[in-house]
Design a protein around this ligand. Sequence first.
Ligand code: HEM
Length: 471
Amino acid sequence: MNRLFKNSAKIRSYQSWAWPTSPKPTTPVFMVSPDNGFLPRNDPIAKLPERFDALESLLDRMTLTRDDGTPGLLAKGEFGDAVLKELPVLSVADIEDQELLMALFRDYTFAASSYLLEPCDIMNRSKGHYGLGRQTLPKQIAVPLQQISDKIKAKPFMEYAQSYALYNYKRKNKSEPLYFENLELIRKFSGMQSETGFIGIHVAMVRHTPQFVEGLTKALDSAAKNDRKEFNHNLNAIVDTMKTINGVMEDMWAESHPADYLKFRTFIMGIKGQNEMFPNGVVYEGVDSNPREYRGESGANDSIIPCCDNFLQLTQGMPENPMTEILRDFRSYRPIDHNRFVSWVQQSASELGIEKYCLQDVKSLTLYIALLDQVRDFRHRHWNFAKEYIIKRTAYPKATGGSPMATWLPNQLGVVLKAIEDKSAVLLEKYGSELKDTADAKLIDSIQDRAAAQRRVLEKDVAEYKKKFDQ
Ligand code: HEM
């Protein structure tokens, strides 16, 4: 077992690199490693044990359009009543198996979001706005959900990794890898193919994170040993993996139709910062008489881009503004080991001074800019998703995670564009004569051109959308 940084005086080792070869039932489900990256250690448990049949049956009948084409409980506005009538407060006190706890977390969070947001979905379908959600989560859902969340150390609300996306897939063919065509969903709100596409593309991207985690840890390790050749090799590997991940992301356009997104998006809204639906948060009956507030499900809780930001030391240069505050807050909505890894990358990159280390070598700096360009590629495409799937089609000003539509994503895209401009200028000033007429010079030229063009479009977009959403 490879123990990176064991001998490095400069940075601490990432402990979970060497996690147990025979995990115990109490070993967390999400542990970052070059074996599974940011995916769970094993494929998610799809079916709950018999004692949870009442919950399983409700979730099977819930989906707007069921697998047999008939309307489900949510389509008829009958889910909430069915929960109150059919679901007892089931005990989870004796359960310690982390995989079963994660499956229960997924299923109770699906039930919670359906229960709270059912009226908003009905209102949105008929009137085009959301109205009030249910303001109390009944004890049948709230009590076990709180207990499960305590055991897995999560917030008791639907989350990107631990419920909606990364713990919600099955492989059609168990012996095949998790490419998009080989996966299907365990739970869904709408039953539309576009919902499978939306979630499936996230999973299919995260499938490539074992290489990503390996590249990051090895790059940090080689910087710690001041092995320039190895460092450049590993940095190049991260750039290549990001190209693959961005390539999968591009398939979103084909697999999830922009016109369908708002039809299932209502159910992934949060109960924080969504004033039209939950002006005072939600009371968790039998748990807390004070209302709770949690952000909704969002890809912002994925760990790939935060790791790139941290490795490139972009995070510390983010402007001190309410947008960056939201970015920090999002980081608390993910599995604890994802959070630890993301923080570890931040601390190690900062202790080693990765940015400065890259400035000292023409190849390292070129690769640093190439990685910035991949983060730009991700955030630019992502901004286009936001425009095409959301902004074009609704006047509602908040994203599912509660961030403001017109300004939040551009805040981070702007930081990356600026970093490309700055670092390219340094590269040309410092190493211009060395680079002259090489393939790397052409690469940097095209990266600069793209960044400049995108900045112009971004500024125009933000001015227009600030007016539209009054932000
Ligand atoms: C149709 C596709 C998508 C749409 C409409 C969309 C929409 C959004 C929106 C509106 C936000 C703002 C945060 C919030 O929820 O309040 C966000 C954040 C984010 N999403 Fe997505 N998203 C899509 C696909 C993806 C995919 C496939 C990923 C891959 C992991 C992803 C990763 C992220 C990340 C990393 C952020 C934080 C952005 C940043 O740091 O600049 N999203 N998304």
